[in-house]
Design a protein around this ligand. Structure first.
Ligand SMILES: C[S@@+](CC[C@H](N)C(=O)[O-])C[C@H]1O[C@@H](n2cnc3c(N)ncnc32)[C@H](O)[C@@H]1O
Length: 375
């Protein structure tokens, strides 16, 4: 039996004592968010009675209260134990180490897809100086190096010493790459010294996104381009028969877990405020159909527990939220915005590639906008 099977719901509804038909259905609704149809309710009761898992008490017709038998209580406890085991096996309890988490995320189809959109939008060329703000363990540095080779340079910047060490190890054989331990709020770079810059899920974490954008604007040359890929955690939609539980889970992530939880939608305004033009905004929605894969990114159990501790829903509601995710067909989706911001002015001509096509004009539409038709 699964949580949402009618018999399991009826057994659970009777856990606190005898109830009659109407009250059973009210308790079922509280547990699952939905009432059982009369056929399902009375069919489930008849089957449970035949298996001696419930027994009627004296009363009139459908008003007769029904209670769990000892056998019924044992069956309920067995079911709940096995459900808890499923839940535990399904969800990752420990917080993964930061670099392991970033590597794991980078390997997902969802990440590969939006990172490709970002690469297309960045359009880094062989002679560019490209800056990866918040480069982490070097996730995107090799691809950037390939784009700017042979005469360009890649600068990776991160505040996490462990990530910087890892990024240096991983790019040790790429002479074009220079990884620096530095803060994106105060870049150790000269004004107008960079052609391309990117942030990839970084502005969602920084103390002052407007300050970081002002720094990016300062170090980019006229005609230079910043491509930002940042999520909007308010868009996290998780299917659940009680949608208010998903909303509570999402609100907790957007309010409490991620510092700038709705940065995705704010990027065009913030970029304009920093003096950029914003030729393109491309939403990239990742859809997850596999609960385990989603859990490796979204940490359902630990974040549901935190949400309960912070009062976003009760512990019992957190359990109902997780139980359904562990057992039912699964769907979740979240949108990340890829926003292109450009420094007004003509981009310097490329001198490195003989026969190369005309340099792009400032304000020209990046490839992604034409392809995806988003605005
Ligand atoms: C979610 S990770 C993304 C890493 C990488 N961009 C990727 O796609 O794998 C965010 C990174 O931003 C870095 N970060 C956070 N605040 C920063 C700041 N003020 N300056 C530079 N890096 C920062 C973190 O240390 C972390 O490595």
């Amino acid at each position: 039996m699964r949580t949402h099977d009618a018999q399991m719901l009826v057994l659970s509804a009777l856990a606190d004592g005898p109830l009659h038909g109407y009250a059973i259905n009210a308790a079922v609704e509280k547990l699952s968010g939905e009432r059982l149809g009369p056929g399902s309710l009375y069919g489930a009761l008849a089957r449970l009675e035949a298996k001696e898992l419930v027994e009627p008490l004296p009363g009139e017709g459908r008003q007769r209260p029904v209670r769990l038998t000892a056998k019924g209580r044992a069956a309920l406890e067995r079911e709940l134990r096995s459900l808890a085991e499923v839940t535990e096996r399904m969800f990752e309890a420990a917080v993964p180490d930061r670099i392991g988490y970033l590597d794991r995320l980078a390997g997902t189809a969802a990440a590969r897809s939006y990172k490709q959109v970002m690469r297309d939008a960045l359009a880094a060329r062989p002679d560019h100086t490209a800056l990866d703000l918040g480069c982490g363990p070097g996730t995107d540095l090799a691809a950037l190096a390939e784009a700017v080779t042979p005469s360009g340079t890649v600068i990776g910047v991160d505040t996490d010493p462990e990530a910087v060490d890892r990024a240096r190890e991983r790019t040790a054989d790429l002479p074009a790459v220079d990884v620096r331990l530095a803060d994106a709020h105060a870049l150790p770079l000269a004004d107008a010294s960079v052609d391309r810059a990117r942030t990839d899920r970084v502005l969602q974490h920084v103390a002052d996104p407007a300050r970081v954008l002002a720094e990016a604007r300062r170090v980019l040359r006229p005609g230079g381009r910043l491509v930002m890929g940042e999520p909007d955690w308010d868009s996290l939609a998780i299917d659940h028969p009680e949608p208010e539980l998903s909303r509570a889970y999402t609100r907790h992530i957007a309010d409490r877990i991620v510092r700038n939880g709705v940065i995705g939608r704010q990027l065009p305004r913030l970029a304009a405020g920093a003096g950029f033009t914003v030729p393109s905004v491309v939403p990239v929605t990742s859809v997850f159909r596999d609960v385990r894969a989603a859990d490796r990114i979204l940490g359902f159990q630990r974040n549901a527990e935190r949400a309960a501790a912070a009062g976003y829903f009760s512990e019992e509601a957190a359990r109902r939220f997780l139980d359904h995710l562990a057992t039912g067909p699964f769907l979740a989706a979240v949108t990340l915005y890829v926003v292109v911001a450009e420094v007004p002015g003509p981009e310097p001509e490329s001198g490195s590639e003989p026969g190369e096509s005309e340099p792009e004009e400032p304000g020209s539409e990046p490839e992604t906008e034409r392809r995806d038709g988003a605005s």
